[in-house]
Design a protein around this ligand. Structure first.
Ligand code: NDP
Length: 242
């Protein structure tokens, strides 16, 4: 029986590419999303991948979502914590709401989703958890104390859970993408991208979502059992150049 994979934020951007890549690799994939019903319905129609709406920052909503997926398809073998948002502001202008919603969506979500699948993975002695962090959780970024803190928090969480889970056949890794051409990034003014971001990337371009998805497929495989507690930097050389 094909393994079951849940991709949070799996209907748009990087998650969209991850969902399709896992499906093409033989997984039974579920794509979660938050509120953009039109994009989700279009994604489901285009790909045949079922979509499930819940807020990954809300523990009770995750509990219901995971229970529904388990009822409909079966227990989760592969969890990709990809959903994420930004609410950028310099700290001296950041509101408590901007801080809270980013921590809740980008970091609490990782606890919420992992907590709800980890017991099943332990009892079945198999699991793959892949957390999509960011280069800005590695190096920090102006205007992103909230986002950098959440994404750096993912790395510590990943290593601790990888330690706890290693003997149970469960691997836990982060992927830290650099700048990838999705709606989240393209919301940035083009002149800022061209003058301030792309010159910092040695390969001279933004990444493509499919280039992140390739690494997810690698880490999700049954054969990837020796890769755990690691952070995979995929950033066109940007991090090495900082
Ligand atoms: P997009 O904004 O393009 O897509 C985000 C996806 O996450 C959507 O499917 C969205 O659902 C979903 N989502 C957002 N909030 C929630 C929530 N509370 N509950 C459930 N789903 C939610 O983002 P990207 O593809 O650009 O980013 C994906 C991940 O990659 C993020 O974690 C981001 O931090 C990380 N990343 C992105 C980089 C980039 O350059 N793009 C660089 C480094 C890291 P809906 O459609 O309903 O809004």
């Amino acid at each position: 029986m094909a393994r079951i994979a849940v991709v949070t934020g799996g209907t748009r951007g990087i998650g969209h590419a991850i969902s399709i890549a896992l499906k093409n690799s033989g997984y039974r994939v579920v794509a979660n999303y938050a509120g953009n019903d039109a994009a989700a319905q279009q994604f489901q129609a285009d790909t045949g991948i079922p979509v499930y709406k819940w807020d990954v920052g809300d523990y009770a909503a995750c509990e219901q979502g995971v229970a529904q997926v388990t009822k409909d398809l079966g227990p989760v073998d592969v969890l990709v914590n990809n959903a994420g948002i930004v609410r950028d502001a310099m700290l001296h202008r950041m509101t408590k709401e901007q801080w809270d919603i980013v921590i809740r969506t980008d970091l609490d979500s990782v606890f919420n989703m992992c907590r709800l699948v980890i017991e099943g993975m332990r009892s079945r002695k198999f699991g793959r958890i892949i957390n999509i962090s960011s280069i800005n959780g590695r190096k920090g970024q102006m205007g992103q104390t909230n986002y950098s803190a959440a994404k750096a928090g993912m790395h510590g969480f990943t290593k601790a859970l990888a330690f706890e889970s290693a003997v149970k056949g469960i691997t836990v890794n982060t992927i830290a993408p650099g700048y990838v051409a999705t709606e989240m990034l393209l919301a940035m003014p083009k002149e800022v991208l061209d003058s301030k971001i792309i010159p910092l990337i040695p390969v001279g371009r933004l990444g493509e979502s499919e280039e992140i998805a390739r690494a997810v497929v690698f880490l999700a495989a049954d054969e990837a059992g020796f890769a755990t507690g690691a952070c995979f930097d995929i950033n066109g050389g940007h991090y090495m150049a900082t």
